[in-house]
Ligand binder design. Structure first.
Ligand SMILES: Cc1cc2nc3c(=O)[nH]c(=O)nc-3n(C[C@H](O)[C@H](O)[C@H](O)COP(=O)(O)O)c2cc1C
Length: 243
């Protein structure tokens, strides 16, 4: 705001965050790249009271057992449309998604990721000890320890040269995870499949047909949870320092 009480055009430093339009009590301001017509009026602040917000945040769980039921495309699109609203560094956004819901393709992804883990174990890589028990279980039982038989996998991708790709992905997928239960869906981070894809493991990169200029920056499995949790879990005690 200038001294005369009127807003000043931020010019080249504008990151198109839309705040100038969103904060105006009279809806007197508009912005070509953050149009007033795309914004939604807030009718209650805060949107949730503290108890509801806490219960909402605490009740998100990593879901590792899913029903066989497929997730309709419109639900995945809704989930990703919420992910789109997450905070990103300098409002850069820049995350795009690949959705895989073909059973054969999902099984092939699990297989490729396990093969990558097998190689890591054989080469004695730092994560070998962590991988060993899991892949042994997979080879013995065939249980999908990578994608957990989820009917859908969402992979986030960003330009290889984009420094904020992973950070922005983490916030975006966290939004998707938090929103999922409102659509009766459950999610789980696909940490193994992401690490495998990000390492550039060719069999997986080719299977996913990731465009040359993009890299996988994160991923979540999505499906209908088979079981319902009855309690909210706790974490390590809070560690905080004031100075
Ligand atoms: C970066 C990241 C990667 C993860 N990767 C996996 C994974 O590959 N497989 C899995 O079953 N869970 C994975 N998880 C889920 C964590 O194990 C889980 O968040 C943690 O145990 C806490 O449980 P909660 O999410 O139910 O609160 C991952 C979580 C994060 C944040």
């Amino acid at each position: 705001m200038a001294e005369d009480g009127y807003p000043v055009d931020a010019g080249l430093v504008c990151i198109t965050c839309g705040h100038c339009v969103a904060i105006c009590p009279q809806a007197a301001l508009d912005h070509t790249r953050a149009p007033l017509t795309s914004q939604v009026l807030i009718d209650k602040t805060p949107v949730l009271d503290a108890d509801t917000a806490e219960a909402f945040l605490r009740s998100r769980r990593s879901i590792r057992v899913y029903k066989e039921e497929a997730v309709p495309k419109n639900k995945i699109l809704k989930l990703l449309d919420i992910a789109r609203l997450a905070p990103t560094g300098g409002n850069t956004q820049g995350v795009q998604y690949l959705v895989i819901d073909n059973k054969d393709a999902l099984q092939a992804i699990t297989k490729a990721t396990v093969a990558w883990m097998d190689e890591a174990i054989a080469q004695g890589e730092p994560l070998a000890a962590y991988f060993a028990g899991l892949v042994e279980h997979y080879h013995k039982t065939g249980q999908d320890i990578i994608l957990r038989n989820a009917p859908c996998l969402i992979l986030a991708m960003a330009e290889k040269s984009f420094m904020r790709g992973r950070d922005n992905t983490h916030f975006s997928l966290a939004y998707a995870e938090l929103f999922a239960p409102s659509l009766a869906l459950g999610t789980c981070w696909g940490g193994f499949v992401e690490a495998c894809a990000r390492s550039g493991y060719q069999p997986l990169v080719e299977l996913l047909a990731i465009p040359e200029e993009l890299i996988v920056t994160g991923g979540i499995m999505v499906g209908y949870p088979k079981y319902t949790y009855k309690r909210l879990v706790d974490r390590f005690p809070l560690k905080v320092t004031w100075r």
